[in-house]
Design a protein around this ligand. Structure first.
Ligand code: HEC
Length: 226
């Protein structure tokens, strides 16, 4: 009896190590599947970036550290390490539960109700690895890129989780306008996004060309607080 229990636990532990370390799928460019439908939530566009930024920093739920047997650095890893993530019974869904009771993310601001609701809507819609092309009708570079409507929300979703607080990753804080402006003007912001390896967001897909061009044009304009 005791023996069966122990081997059961060992098996579970082995399985979780297996599912974390094996079958490495590196950061990939999201599959772009056409126009974004406003009534749908898209995993690659809306959810993956905030999971990467808030949950996968060193020591947490990335491929390598896989804290508590959980990796949230890709859709397949998330499904294989948090099976309950597809459940719309919110009390049983471990991802939703940890966000709602504030246990996660650790040492970071809690997810807003709005962010949690977006994740819930995605689960209710089938929790698929879906993506849409935000530039389906072309990349609009004719309108001025502003800090308030474009740069700040992008940094908040893709970067802030790792680059904020008292001990920001790489000693780079991206918490407010002044922080962002200084690394924009000295070239580090753009360079970090286009490096051939270890680009930012670390462990995530590379930002698409349209976003890169918009960031570049904001920097060229002097990184204004517009
Ligand atoms: C999962 C955590 C994580 C995310 C998300 C992340 N970073 Fe980083 N960043 C790091 C770490 C760790 C370093 C230190 C260097 C390294 O380990 O690669 C770093 C270093 C940097 C640096 C300095 C080194 C360099 O590459 O020039 C800049 C600038 C930077 N990040 C910008 C960003 C921006 C902009 C984003 C969002 C688009 C972002 N980071 C998202 C973890 C992250």
């Amino acid at each position: 009896m005791k023996l069966t229990l122990i081997s059961g636990i060992t098996l579970t532990a082995l399985l979780s190590i297996y599912s974390c370390k094996h079958d490495f799928i590196g950061p990939t460019t999201p599959p772009m599947e056409g126009l974004c439908d406003l009534d749908s939530v898209y995993f690659q566009n809306q959810i993956m970036p905030i999971l990467i930024s808030n949950c996968t920093e060193s020591g947490c739920h990335n491929q390598k550290d896989c804290k508590a047997g959980i990796a949230l650095n890709s859709y397949s890893k998330m499904l294989s390490t948090v099976a309950s993530v597809t459940s719309n019974d919110w009390k049983k869904n471990k991802l939703i539960k940890s966000l709602e009771d504030g246990r996660m993310p650790q040492n970071k601001p809690r997810f807003s109700t709005e962010q949690i609701n977006v994740i819930k809507a995605w689960i209710t819609q089938g929790a698929s690895n879906n993506a849409c092309d935000e530039n389906f009708s072309g990349c609009d570079l004719s309108t001025e890129v502003t800090f308030s409507s474009f740069i700040n929300p992008l940094i908040a979703n893709y970067c802030k989780g790792c680059h904020s607080g008292s001990n920001p990753n790489g000693n780079i804080s991206l918490e407010n306008y002044q922080d962002i402006r200084s690394i924009a003007l000295d070239g580090r912001l753009y360079n970090s996004l286009v490096k051939s390896s270890n680009w930012m967001p670390k462990g995530g897909a590379r930002l698409d060309d349209c976003r890169l061009q918009k960031i570049q044009s904001w920097i060229d304009a002097g990184a204004p607080q517009n």
